[in-house]
Write a protein that binds this ligand. Structure first.
Ligand SMILES: NC(=O)c1ccc[n+]([C@@H]2O[C@H](COP(=O)([O-])OP(=O)(O)OC[C@H]3O[C@@H](n4cnc5c(N)ncnc54)[C@H](O)[C@@H]3O)[C@@H](O)[C@H]2O)c1
Length: 304
């Protein structure tokens, strides 16, 4: 055997061992195929991925606490869940506000234990770093990173104190796994969410609380319409939104992947896999080729 295959074999064995070490069997963690009697909290539940996660959780029997800064949107989702026979309370807050997220945790735990927390609220941004303002950077970090930190900070001590399995799912992005031009500020926040989730899952080993980073690709939601776009990206916003609507994957697929990851105890959750796994693998195996491919892919999505 030459040295390269030996190294590959060793790497593969380490990867398999690491996967086994970090994956919980369905019986140790939460089996999200049936959530009767469970309670779940979802931020950013008024639209897109958060709304799809909320609907699926309700279909599977969970009682819901849904949070969003858009009051009519989150109240409509909660009302639809209740109309279908489920249980849902709407909470209006900005996840960038640590005290508001703390109050959410107080209200939710006052009603009973929490099994699932989806730190999902997030905003988009596209533009060259040279065109990105400091206010843009601060808002992205405050919502996409600190919003997740606030959720973890407010809920984790009480999740641990409950003495029963719980699962935290933080919404990151393919952009947190593979950087691309025009997405640097957004990628910075999402890579941080991946790091937070992976590190925390290792830190919590043996506690019964698991953590996953949900890494969606191009998903058909409102995110492009509401994103901040700078420089030449601003002129392409309508076109990019149209590409997301035409080619994007349904948020229902992401919701199913998120709950499947809970059941299987997966830490990194690429979804849909056909979109996210190839660029992620390419970056790890052939970083130079990955840069060229990502530049081409991002140009195609934004310019057609
Ligand atoms: N759509 C995609 O292609 C895609 C891909 C990868 C990751 N994501 C991530 O998925 C998550 C959900 O995005 P989406 O695509 O469903 O977008 P969306 O715009 O359809 O939904 C986001 C929801 O979050 C809410 N929200 C935004 N900022 C908030 C804040 N500060 N406090 C409370 N609520 C807030 C919005 O009001 C909205 O209801 C985000 O974290 C996003 O970065 C989306």
């Amino acid at each position: 055997m030459t040295r390269t295959p030996t190294r590959l074999a060793v790497l593969a064995a380490v990867a398999v061992a690491a996967r086994r070490a970090t994956a919980t069997s369905g019986t140790d963690g939460i089996d999200a195929r049936d959530l009767t009697g469970r309670t779940a909290v979802v931020t950013g539940a008024g639209s897109g991925i958060g709304r799809a996660v909320a609907r699926l959780l309700a279909e599977r029997g969970a009682a819901l606490h849904l949070a969003d800064r858009d009051a009519p949107a989150v109240e409509a989702v909660a009302a639809a869940v209740r109309a279908a026979g489920g249980t849902a309370v709407a909470h209006v807050l900005d996840v960038a506000d640590a005290q508001a997220v703390g109050r959410l945790a107080d209200e939710v735990f006052a009603a009973g234990p929490v099994d699932l927390l989806f730190n999902n609220a997030g905003i988009g941004h596209a533009g060259a770093v040279a065109d990105t303002t400091l206010d843009d950077w601060r808002r992205l970090v405050d919502v996409n990173l600190m919003g997740v930190v606030h959720g973890v900070h407010a809920f984790l001590p009480r999740l641990l104190a409950q003495g029963r399995p719980a699962h935290v799912v933080n919404t990151a992005s393919v952009a947190g796994l593979v950087p691309g031009p025009g997405l640097v500020p957004y990628s910075t926040t999402k890579a941080a969410v991946v790091g937070l989730s992976e590190g925390l899952d290792v830190e919590l080993a043996g506690t019964g609380v698991r953590v996953s980073a949900l890494c969606p690709g191009v998903i058909d939601t409102d995110i492009i319409r509401t994103s901040t776009m700078r420089g030449e990206w601003a002129q392409r916003q309508a076109h990019t939104a149209e590409v997301y609507a035409r080619r994007g994957t349904s948020p229902d697929v992401v919701a199913r992947a998120a709950l499947d990851a809970v059941t299987r105890g997966r830490t990194i959750v690429p979804t849909p896999r056909y979109q996210v796994v190839p660029p992620w693998l390419l970056k790890r195996l052939l970083p130079a080729a990955s840069r060229a491919v990502m530049a081409t892919v991002v140009r195609r999505v934004s310019r057609g």
